[in-house]
Design a protein around this ligand. Sequence first.
Ligand code: NAG
Ligand code: NAG
Ligand code: NAG
Length: 339
Amino acid sequence: MAAKQMLIFPVALLLAILSFTAALPSETIANAADTLSNSGYVAMSLTLNLVSGSLLSQTTSATIFTPPDSIFADSGQPPLSLLQLHISPLLFSLSSLRSLPPGTRIPTMSSGNYLTVTQPAFSDQVSINNVSIAGSPVFDDGSLIIFGIENFFDPDFQISDAPVQIDSFNDCQRSYGGDRNFSFHDAGNVLISRGYSVMASFLNLQLLGFISKPSLTLFAPVDEVLVDYSDRFPDYPSLFLRHVLPCRISWKELANIGNRTNLNTHLDGFGISVTRSGVKLMVNGVPIAFPDMYYSDWLVIHGISEALSLPEPSEDVDDSDGDSSDAIPSSDASTCTEF
Ligand SMILES: *[C@@H]1O[C@H](CO)[C@@H](O)[C@H](O)[C@H]1NC(C)=O
Ligand SMILES: *[C@@H]1O[C@H](CO)[C@@H](O)[C@H](O)[C@H]1NC(C)=O
Ligand SMILES: *[C@@H]1O[C@H](CO)[C@@H](O)[C@H](O)[C@H]1NC(C)=O
């Protein structure tokens, strides 16, 4: 199905390639280097300038962990492989890091190597590979977040406990708690503060019409990629509902589910396939850029870098004069029933 779509829409393919190969803007890196140097992280500021071409050109978002100057002074300039371990191609805010239970793996730019969350879940102190994070980010512009840490991460760090076994998610069924007093207010505020206002508005529109507290996962595209949809008012419910799963799946659970797991959404007939490619985790081919952006006991929001599109109706494959810019989901097209 995906292959067909790409043949039909070479422009979409081109856009996809552009977005996957795009780098962090040089302006972001220059701002980050300035901020680092003004905040007493001079060594990382210089290092960032040196490695930005090679390391940060491969990703549109990143989280960097930096030790203070005194640690650089003691250990000398770290080798590239060690620096790679200190950069994740995903965005993590302080609250998303806090939400991660111990044992959660954080992908890094060092291929095949992960960092491991070591703090107790929901503790105020965040630690990764037994190294504490200094608190609020030194730098955060929405595409690059930089945290100070006490020391370099040890590349040989191993967590002693066996990885926690996660229940499989073959069964993303609708479920509701009895509580009628729930609100999207906090989640909406987080979305707005991070540049996902369109999704925040959708949440507030109560399109889902719940009477009691649901369990939900929202895959939120950033505002920029939703601009194209802004004048298509009749499509709003479909656009929103296909980004919402009827169960709650945190980053830790997503990172542990099998490749090509299919999950139902709140849009009937539209399913989401979770796949892995290197360190990236994708939903219907769209990379998850900001895991656990919002996290509560009934709602998790993950930022994604594109909107999830509807499959094209299959008859349009044959007649190429298709006027199908607003595709209706065809009942055969979805992957959600193939458990
Ligand atoms: C990490 O810290 C915990 C608790 O302090 C300790 O039990 C464990 O041995 C440490 N792990 C490593 C690899 O240093
Ligand atoms: C609903 O919850 C909010 C905050 O959690 C609380 O302030 C409010 O009083 C509650 N309302 C009812 C009707 O229980
Ligand atoms: C997951 O499945 C996709 C699609 O079939 C494939 O391209 C990818 O290599 C697989 N990833 C892993 C880690 O096996």
